[in-house]
Write a protein that binds this ligand. Structure first.
Ligand SMILES: Cc1ncc(COP(=O)(O)O)c(C=O)c1O
Length: 436
């Protein structure tokens, strides 16, 4: 099996037997930037964005590809998305701020969220954010009132919950009726929301949005979502003579975390989606609006790895060999949060065959702070560099300071060059906001 399958596309094993990404030896990266360290392959990210765009072009669909910033956002990442012509899905004022500071065009931002605060709404409006994705009746009221006071108009989409339950972890299912997101179709609230928006003088309804969940391998739920979207468009047209100019189908395409995972490719995904949309809209006599999607994970997950140093090795004889690294749930919460499973390798022993089964433990004061259970590695030694691939999405984005652990650094590599995008936090950063 090709062990590099889950690694960033530019990865290779060099003559020293070390892992190299973007033409840079990861052992050198550790020497220069320390550990834990996130390493992103810039060209991998650019290529993923282009694959989405080209796939839509090939299927003759007028499309918007919006990168879901929640997966991983910093100024450097926002600049890549901007240069690649992508739109951006933001969920907080903080994500919008980061994007704007990077020079990301505000008009290409979709502002999501089930509880946008007054200050966030004002910040977004003042900065000319392109689209609000409306999520509740309270938000319609709040946004309208803020706009009315300023005599302004805002383009919006209405988020609907389609009642589709894809097979994925319950924490990342979002399309079911019992969800904190969106307006349910089944109850009729989605249609009520559309009417409220159409009746508002300050809101300009541009279309509808749905997102069924994340890390989805089967394309069936997406096909079902296209049908639900087309049904809703037809019903709104028949009842109110309104046709959307944009339909946004959210993100959700799964990625391979393990060597045995076989998710659909971006090309298969978009071709299936395009076919379903064309069919569902044309059979209802509707013209297809601009199609927007919001992939996050499938853009950045496989584009990055995390490098750790082995600190202690403890053999609980007859039970388990614990290999402890200098990070853990503070830089990768996913194993703790929803039992996510990863592969691991030793970056300075990539040519060595696996010799023993180990459990990679984090350094935090929680017994459950285990990054990977039962992974086969060459005999580990103190000082070895453990590399965990596929940490590019919802890794750094969910990082935290548990146990007052400073957050790691993030570098982007490309054509033999490494650029430090986010500095490693220092102890002083941990008390920066403390007053006494
Ligand atoms: C509204 C919305 N759009 C897009 C995404 C991105 O999903 P993914 O990273 O699975 O592509 C999410 C993820 O939770 C989301 O909630």
């Amino acid at each position: 099996m090709d062990i590099l399958k889950v690694f960033p596309r530019s990865s290779r094993i060099n003559e020293k037997g070390n892992l190299e990404i973007g033409g840079v030896d990861t052992v050198d990266l550790v020497r220069e930037f320390g550990t834990p360290l996130f390493v992103y392959d810039e060209n991998h990210i650019r290529e993923q964005l282009r694959r989405y765009r080209n796939a839509f072009l090939e299927n003759g669909i007028d499309a918007i590809v919006a990168y879901a910033g929640k997966a991983f956002l910093c100024k450097y990442m926002a600049r890549i998305a901007s240069e690649e012509g992508a739109y951006l899905d933001c969920v907080t004022g903080g994500e919008i701020y980061t994007a704007l500071e990077a020079g990301f065009p505000a008009e290409r931002i979709f502002f999501h969220g089930n509880n946008k605060g007054d200050e966030e709404i004002e910040f977004a409006i003042e900065n000319g954010v392109g689209y609000f994705v409306l999520d509740s009746f309270d938000e319609i009221e709040r946004l309208s009132s803020i706009l009315r006071k300023r005599s302004l108009k805002q383009d919006v989409l209405v988020r609907i919950t389609p009642g589709i339950v894809p097979k994925t972890h319950t924490y990342i299912q979002t399309g079911q009726v019992d969800s904190k997101f969106g307006f349910s179709l089944a109850s009729g609230q989605a249609y009520e929301a559309v009417i409220e928006v159409l009746n508002s003088k300050n809101l300009e309804l541009k279309g509808f949005h749905m997102h069924i969940g994340s890390q989805i391998f089967s394309l069936e739920p997406f096909i079902a979502a296209c049908k639900v979207m087309a049904d809703f468009c037809l019903s709104v047209k028949e009842r109110s003579n309104y046709l959307p100019s944009i339909i946004n189908l959210g993100g959700g395409l799964g990625v391979a975390y393990r060597l045995t995972d076989e998710p659909p490719s971006i090309e298969e995904f978009i071709s299936t989606l395009s076919k379903a949309l064309k069919e569902e809209f044309s059979t209802r006599g509707l013209s297809l609006p601009v199609v927007a999607i919001e992939p996050g994970r499938s853009i950045v997950a496989n584009a990055a790895v995390t490098l750790y140093k082995v600190g202690t090795i403890k053999d609980v004889i007859g039970v388990r060999l614990y290999v402890s690294v200098d990070g853990g749930m503070s830089d990768n919460l996913r194993p703790m949060l929803y039992g996510a499973v990863y592969e691991a390798f030793i970056a300075n022993k990539m040519n060595r065959a696996p010799e023993t089964t180990v459990t990679i433990a984090g350094k935090h004061c929680e017994n459950g702070d285990i990054l990977i259970r039962d992974v086969k590695l060459p005999f580990p030694e103190i000082g070895d560099i453990v590399v965990v691939p596929v940490t590019g999405a919802y890794g750094y984005a969910m990082s935290n300071n548990y146990n007052r652990q400073p957050r790691p650094a993030v570098v982007f590599v490309k054509e033999g060059k490494a650029t430090l995008a986010i500095k490693r936090e220092k102890y002083e950063d941990l008390i920066r906001n403390e007053i006494t």
